[in-house]
Design a protein around this ligand. Sequence first.
Ligand SMILES: [Ca+2]
Ligand SMILES: [Ca+2]
Ligand SMILES: [Ca+2]
Ligand SMILES: [Ca+2]
Length: 363
Amino acid sequence: MIPGNGMTWATSFKSIDAAINASGGNAEIWVKQGHYLMYKTMQPDVTNLILYGGFSGIETNKELRNPSLYPTIIDGQNKISCFSNTNRVIIDGFTFQNSIQSAINNTAEAEIINCIFTDNSSESGGAINCHDNSNTKVINSIFFKNNSLINGGAINLGNKANIDIINCSFTQNSAQQKGAAIFCSPGSTGRFINSIFWEDNAESDSEFYASGASIFYMYSNIQGIMPDRTNISTDPYFQSPNIGNLRLQPQSPCIDIGDSNAVNDIQKDLDGNSRILDGNNDQIFRVDIGAYEYKIIKKWTGDINHSGTVDLTDLILALKATTELSSRSIYLDADVDEDGKIGLAESIYIIKKVFMEMESNSK
Ligand SMILES: [Ca+2]
Ligand SMILES: [Ca+2]
Ligand SMILES: [Ca+2]
Ligand SMILES: [Ca+2]
């Protein structure tokens, strides 16, 4: 591919690094779906960088991307760390895997949204190492099977480092010593809201270690804590935790018990579905705990023309509806995201459903 100017998909850069260097900072970089093997740690020397993943490679509007349909995978190949920032950065919509020395090393300020961290390792902080005095915010993200040789299987917080963890799910991370989900050094501050910490495994303090640190957890499900007014400690009923599917089953205690105020500026979950949905059918919309919002599947969900099946005809009708071409065979109770309209959310739902059926038929 001939390296371009990065202004269109046809003239895109050869690598994420090339795009970062050319941007000079204060820029958004859109990264197409794909499996990006890292040979060199990305160390952007620019400020206010925003990296978005999850594009199929035709979008002209970033709202149309979908990291769960079009994963952008950053792979450290068990050789290197993927990303290291010394300036403010936003990383949204990526999967980080197979890093050593942590997938992300944050020494400044990082906002990490809609990301999946899996099979990363380090001495401390397999997925994210938050170095001394850094600020980190993690939203709608999953930490699955990361590990550390010492402390902090998924996340390590250095001295005077701050972290906000909102609507994240941690499971099956491990640490040889303390804090398989998160290790908080003395003097650090951690706030965990609407998050699940379940079945992580360390020699002690499996979910978090926070001696000498300031820790606040609210509206969360944490294994090993005493339940209180807002927090619970009970099996979250992930769909298939052993393969990293941390969506909630219908009987999950995490449905509709989160703090909706914490997600005022978060419109979607890790699947790109609407937050907030009414997941227990009491007509009250309340956010769930964890990275995914549970959605009740109603009789006509996605079946735009009420034919009894969800198929490509429904997709065409839903797409027609997005361009405001009305059709007599569009039924509003096929609504997927409870916004009273047929459009993009329904189109994405139908594509996923049709793909999933094709996949299960080909097995
Ligand atoms: Ca409800
Ligand atoms: Ca809900
Ligand atoms: Ca149909
Ligand atoms: Ca809708």
